[in-house]
Write a protein that binds this ligand. Structure first.
Ligand SMILES: *Cc1c(COP(=O)(O)O)cnc(C)c1O
Length: 567
């Protein structure tokens, strides 16, 4: 300011101060601008990165297809909420749920329902008598081998042994290892035995859980925590074969993990590993393969997934919940077997259900880790709780020691020889059904097997007749098979009770295929259209399943869950 020297000092100072203030103001504005630009650039980079990863992961066509599907879903959702449509849909859902209720919840004059505690306790004899009646309620006959999955052993002497084990440890809770040292010992031994089945290396570790779902939840949690603590991943993502068990979807929902689904295309129906590879990025916390998967009984290419896991140093979980005590014994029982366990260097965790082909009572499974460090990531420790220092290995706090004892007893009573023999019988029976499907003149003409199943489950479908009609017609003959969707198919999971019923299954399938064919032929000849009145399976999967928006299916499913608690 040139003339300022002639001004009074005070004024000069004021001006100088203003000058500085002005500069400061400019500086501040400039800084804000810079910050704003940086924020904008970061925002832009984030979206560019997201777009890049989306295009890299799904490709241009895949991205458009995803967008198209989302749009369809949104519009169909709006359509379903239109006043006229909504009332109609709700009425139909209510009707279906009512039908379900009539079938599941017994009613009528002879049925007594208990909605309140008896004022005086019943005599033990009366309790026993009522329990007897409850166990003999009319049901689908697993005892005759007519149920797919569900009961894996059910042999009388094993059940008796399990009940004795249960009885000895009814009060036991492994949360108190000093009170129940025997339970602690048995639990550690069950985990050790399963680790050794899966060729775990030195330093491997595991825990037992309440079932396959909890084992999978824990493996996903461990992977998420590992990625967070070691790499600071705050937006975790997981890559999953479409056929992997829905417990992984549950884990994503519970633990806020983004889910990428990878197709498992025909003819192999194994996960498409190049697609897995494209979806891997710095947020990926876990790859998954199944050995085998639930829908089609197919073992994914675990060796290829292991190579990917090693290349990108990300954990790989192998879901062997279903394969449990069959897959480790395939080779010893004389069947083909590809490596799938810890012998593959990329495999970091495995879930194995002792309560499936391990033949333990329901409520027991294991999750195994390659290292102690991985197991530690699933632990929960509460060091400053007013109730004391608290530590638990998995979701539950108190746990049933009785189930651990019954599991241990089952494993010890079978032994390696027992499991090899069951593997031989069960997988042999599944191969017999497969052979019939591929070679029987009626079956091979109408049905086809999905991929090359190697274990106990095989899925089949049809290009000629409605496969859901086949499922319904089998139900009418007392069978309980599992309906699958995307693609429409049916599967059968062979268990020990079913081994003796294989001939009957094949004969009934032949009869049913001819029946459904004849029915369709008749309808067409009479000009009534190929499709007739639908059974339950066909109604649910054939109609509701094909809709782009699953709101109706979700409503039906929630109604089903509500029904389970109707007295
Ligand atoms: C049964 C199963 C599970 C889950 O087991 P639950 O014990 O029912 O929770 C997981 N994966 C596969 C492949 C299964 O078949």
């Amino acid at each position: 300011m040139p003339g300022s020297s002639r001004l009074p000092v005070s004024l000069r100072n004021t001006l100088a101060a203003q000058n500085i203030k002005q500069h400061r103001g400019e500086l501040l504005a400039l800084n804000l601008d810079v910050v704003r630009n940086i924020v904008f650039i970061l925002f832009l980079l984030r979206w560019v990165r997201k777009t890049f990863l989306q295009l890299k992961g799904r490709g241009i066509i895949g991205t458009f297809a995803d967008g198209y599907r989302t749009t369809c879903r949104i519009f169909y959702g709006i359509f379903l909420r239109l006043p006229g449509v909504r009332n109609k849909v709700q009425a139909q859902v209510a009707e279906s749920i009512l039908k379900l209720e009539q079938r599941l919840v017994p009613s009528g004059p002879g049925i007594e329902r208990y909605r309140k505690l008896p004022v005086e306790g019943w005599s033990e004899d009366k309790v026993r008598e009522e329990l007897g009646k409850l166990s003999e309620m009319e049901h689908t006959r697993w005892e005759d081998g007519l149920v797919s999955g569900a009961v894996y052993h059910g042999g009388e002497s094993l059940v008796k042994l399990q009940t004795e084990a249960f009885g000895k440890f009814t009060v036991a809770n492994p949360i108190h290892p000093d009170v129940f040292p025997g339970v602690r010992k048995m639990e550690a031994e069950v985990v050790a035995m399963v680790l050794s089945l899966f060729n775990a290396p030195d330093g491997a570790a595991g825990v037992s859980t309440s079932g396959g779902t909890e084992s999978i939840l824990m493996a996903c949690l461990s992977a998420r925590q590992k990625a967070y603590t070691e790499r600071g991943v705050t937006e975790p993502e997981m890559i999953l074969p479409k056929t992997a068990h829905t417990a992984f979807h549950k884990a994503c929902s519970y633990f806020k993990i983004k889910l990428h689904l990878v197709p498992c295309p025909a003819p192999s129906y194994k996960v498409h590993t190049p697609s897995v590879s494209r979806l891997i990025n710095s947020n990926t916390i876990l790859l998954v393969g199944s050995a085998p998967n639930f829908p089609h009984g197919i073992i994914d290419d675990i060796a290829a997934l292991s190579r990917l896991a090693i290349k990108h140093t990300i954990p790989l979980h192998v879901d062997c919940c279903l394969g449990s005590f069959l897959v480790p014994f395939l080779a010893k029982a004389g069947f083909d077997a590809d490596p799938f366990d810890f012998t593959l260097p990329g495999v970091t965790s495995i879930s194995c259900d002792t309560h499936k082909y391990g033949f333990a009572p329901k409520g027991s499974s294991t999750v195994l880790y390659r290292t102690h460090a991985l197991r530690r990531h699933q632990y929960f420790v509460s060091p400053s709780w007013s109730g004391g220092v608290y530590a638990s290995p998995s979701i539950a706090g108190s746990r049933p020691g009785a189930l651990i004892a019954a599991c241990w007893a089952s494993l010890m009573a079978q032994g390696e020889a027992g499991y090899i023999a069951s593997c031989h019988a069960i997988v042999g029976a599944a191969r017999k059904i497969e052979t019939a499907l591929r070679t029987d003149t009626v079956l091979a003409g109408a049905l086809y097997v999905l991929g090359r199943p190697q274990v106990s489950v095989l899925a089949f479908s049809s290009r000629e007749i409605d496969i859901y009609d086949v499922a319904d017609a089998m139900s009418a003959r007392g069978w309980h098979l599992n309906a699958l969707q995307a693609p429409a198919a049916v599967h059968v999971a062979v268990t020990l009770p079913m081994v003796g019923a294989v001939e009957r299954l094949v004969a009934d399938l032949v009869a049913v295929v001819e029946e459904v064919r004849e029915e369709e032929r008749k309808r067409v000849a009479e000009g009534r259209g190929r499709k007739g009145a639908k059974g339950d399976v066909a109604a649910l999967y054939g109609v509701a399943g094909s809709l782009p928006h699953k709101g109706v299916v979700v409503d039906l499913a929630c109604g089903f869950l509500d029904t389970l608690y109707k007295v």
